[in-house]
Design a protein around this ligand. Sequence first.
Ligand SMILES: NC(=O)c1ccc[n+]([C@@H]2O[C@H](COP(=O)([O-])OP(=O)(O)OC[C@H]3O[C@@H](n4cnc5c(N)ncnc54)[C@H](OP(=O)(O)O)[C@@H]3O)[C@@H](O)[C@H]2O)c1
Length: 265
Amino acid sequence: MKKYGFIGMGNMAQALASGFVQKYGLEKECLAAFAPNQEKLKRNADRIGFQPMTSAAELVQWADVVIMACKPYQIEGVLQEIGGFLPGKTLVSVAAGWDHAKYREYLDGSVGIQFVMPNTPAMVGEGVLLFESTHSLDPAVRAEIMELFASVGVVEELPSHLMGIGGAVTGCGPAFVDLMIEAYGDAAVKYGIQRDTAYRLISQMILGSAKLQKETGLHPGVLKDQVCSPAGTTIRGCGALEENGFRNACIKSIDAIMDRKEKKS
Ligand SMILES: NC(=O)c1ccc[n+]([C@@H]2O[C@H](COP(=O)([O-])OP(=O)(O)OC[C@H]3O[C@@H](n4cnc5c(N)ncnc54)[C@H](OP(=O)(O)O)[C@@H]3O)[C@@H](O)[C@H]2O)c1
């Protein structure tokens, strides 16, 4: 089995590493990580089940597949440190904005590169793992990596020019859904339901609605119509949401992200 090494062991890396161990069955002998705060790294290593490494260079020399999971602004510095050890290795990066073309500005063709955008529901095995279709991996190696990532969610492939919008919807979307859970929680509390009960009911309602749409493949408008009886209460609620610009607010939340991305690039 290949040896996988994380550079950075923050929120996203912990979610992925935990899933790789618990859901894919990756053994400690095949999983390692480096992060500057060694005390914190050792605590995570004991809890998750990987080998802590004392430097990025040590990690890269040990690993077959390096998973770049530090912050995007730290990568340039990390590449200066490890670049010399990368030829012949596979580099999978989960850092926002660091796609195949950007890595190619720093690394030559001897390094296999794959950009993946994960999201936080990967922590509970329900993530979305967006694989950039442009890559430089051997097909068999890529298939193995896709299988590994599929242990924490659903793997989808997108062309390079759609990774930004894909990442905006799936990566930022959980925060927007959390706002919705909180808002409907407030409404339920307003009318007398205990807050913990409210969150339980609402999260399950959202989970169930998403599952129903996903499993039936029905257009969301059709599912909405099935719940809205003529002159009923649900259609009145839909009207109130539209009056307050619900769908426009959702679209604008993505516009805000995409505007920022365009200004940065
Ligand atoms: N969180 C998300 O929802 C999400 C979604 C998609 C993609 N991502 C991507 O995942 C990456 C990590 O995000 P995160 O939310 O997990 O961040 P995070 O929790 O802040 O973790 C960052 C990690 O990088 C380590 N680090 C700092 N400086 C380093 C260096 N010079 N060399 C190696 N490691 C270093 C930190 O170690 P210490 O703690 O020891 O300082 C920490 O383990 C980002 O690039 C982000 O774009 C995140």
